[in-house]
Design a protein around this ligand. Structure first.
Ligand code: ADP
Ligand code: MG
Length: 477
């Protein structure tokens, strides 16, 4: 079955994995040039010049011919009036051509004649570069690994995940913008790509654009240099969903902020969904203009908290299933406990032990894991002292350092003290009696009780779990 599609959005990821068969071969170029010429004969000079001349071959993969036009309007027009015939003509010359994909590419040179284009579409070494260089409107490809199916939900990311789902499932715009923020490696980009994939599936007609703020700035500067600001504006203002990752990047970049602010307002006015990510809450993005900061906080602001032990374990289990690797539970538990900085590093650790087992043809064990990850674990175990732990915990709970050693049993000091004991057990190599001594000469059973108590509380008290993680990060990060 032949198929014609004008959906310019999000096809990129698919292509990425097909990079090998992506560039048009000389035969395909030849085919296209012939068809392009024949279009003039068939439809006459006037129609050709108005509509068909700007058609530019971009790529060919798996029987799909991808051609570009400079505007959406043009795309829609060609789609309804000429696409079927163009595909037919291509099929007659090469039976393998089954699909015609018309994309909008708004670059200065997209207006040129087909001949001038030949040089521009010669196969290039890196297809990803081609993706982004060609146009202002081209979005970055979505990573096939980052979907909702592979995103593990836990307390730290539940709100962000639910909000992302809402955006995908809602007929109209539920909140604008959706602002996702959290530390590095906690899953912001993953969630945005997941939204991209799901939108592509549920609403194939929607134009979805995803790019990093860095890319946004690069495109903008390039447009200015090419005196092409109008094309840039049109490209960004004609999407249905705009996702900008890592907005903190445009801190202190005044003119980019200005342009972004206008793009933002134009899209909100048209009731188009905007999704932004950052490493901080809007109010903490100090390099951003005040009016932009307050605008960013208008919709739903969802933070992703540092991961908890449970979430880390869940992610490791899910990764293990995906990798179809045989890894003992004890190893996953060990990693979840030790590699706490961020999920990216956690995944890296898991990949390393799996790769090692693969190469050595040895099963994964706790010993081999400790061996392979020596350097990583050492950096995490970096001589944290009990003193340091006590100080950080006292700071966090706003109690006095002396309360760590005192006999006071009031909950507001006893609980932090237990947290400190728990961390001392996990972050140092001190024995229980040694730890007890450091806490005002307490018995080792008291320490053991504290460790168990905190472990239990962390399971169903999100506040405690978060407190522990924050202090742990402050100590190990
Ligand atoms: P960020 O953009 O916040 O810096 P990423 O989205 O790039 O972080 O995530 C880093 C890595 O961790 C990615 O490989 C991602 O798939 C993984 N990851 C993060 N959170 C989760 C989660 N909840 N479930 C599964 N994988 C996750
Ligand atoms: Mg990211």
């Amino acid at each position: 079955m032949s198929e014609i599609s004008g959906n310019a959005s999000a096809i990129a990821a698919q292509k990425k994995t097909e990079a090998d068969s992506y560039s048009p071969t000389p035969e395909i170029l030849e085919l296209w040039n012939t068809v392009h010429d024949e279009l003039r004969d068939e439809f006459g000079e006037a129609v050709f010049r108005s509509w068909l001349k700007p058609l530019t071959l971009q790529a060919c993969y798996h029987g799909t011919l991808e051609v570009s036009v400079p505007t959406r309007f043009m795309r829609d027009w060609i789609q309804t009036h000429y696409a079927a015939r163009i595909l037919q003509m291509c099929e007659q010359k090469n039976a393998g051509m089954r699909r015609l994909e018309i994309v909008v590419v708004q670059s200065a040179h997209a207006f040129g004649a087909a001949e001038e284009k030949k040089a521009a579409i010669q196969p290039k070494a890196n297809q990803n570069v081609r993706e982004s260089e060609d146009s202002y409107a081209h979005c970055a490809p979505f990573d096939p690994r980052f979907t909702f199916e592979t995103f593990v939900v836990g307390k730290p990311n539940a709100l962000a995940h639910a909000a992302a789902r809402r955006v995908v499932e809602s007929q109209n715009v539920p909140f604008n913008p959706l602002f996702l923020y959290g530390g590095v490696g906690l899953g912001k980009t993953h969630l945005m790509h997941a939204i991209g994939w799901a939108l592509k599936k549920h609403w194939p007609e929607k134009r979805v654009m995803y790019l990093s703020a860095e890319r946004f700035m690069y495109q903008f500067v390039r447009a200015l240099r090419a005196k092409d600001a109008m094309a840039f504006k049109e490209a960004f203002r004609s999407v249905d969903v705009l996702m900008i990752d890592d907005i903190q990047f445009i801190s202190n970049k005044e003119s980019t902020q200005e342009e972004f602010f206008h793009t933002f307002n134009a899209l909100v006015d048209q009731n188009k969904q905007i999704i932004i990510s950052a490493d901080k809450a809007p109010s903490d993005l100090l390099g951003l203009e005040e009016r932009l900061r307050s605008r960013l906080a208008w919709g739903l602001v969802a933070d992703i908290h540092p991961s908890t032990y449970d979430l880390r374990l869940g992610i490791l289990q899910s990764k293990r299933a995906l990798l179809q690797a045989t890894i003992p539970d004890a190893v996953l538990e060990f990693l979840a406990l030790k590699v706490t900085s961020n999920i990216r590093e956690l995944e890296g650790a898991l990949n390393r032990i799996v790769a090692h087992a693969d190469v050595t043809k040895q099963p994964v064990t706790l010993e081999s894991t400790q061996d392979v990850l020596q350097d990583l674990l050492r950096s995490h175990d970096r001589r944290i002292t009990i003193d340091e732990i006590q100080r950080k915990v006292a700071e966090h709970y706003n109690i006095r350092m002396t309360d760590m050693h005192s006999a006071r049993r009031a909950r507001n000091v006893a609980r932090p003290r237990q947290v400190a004991m728990y961390l001392a057990k996990h972050l140092t190599t001190r024995s229980l009696p040694e730890i007890g001594r450091k806490f005002g000469g307490r018995d080792h059973t008291t320490v053991m009780h504290a460790v168990r108590k905190i472990e239990e509380l962390m399971k169903d008290d999100a506040q405690i779990a978060q407190d522990v993680e924050v202090v742990r990060r402050a100590l190990t990060g």
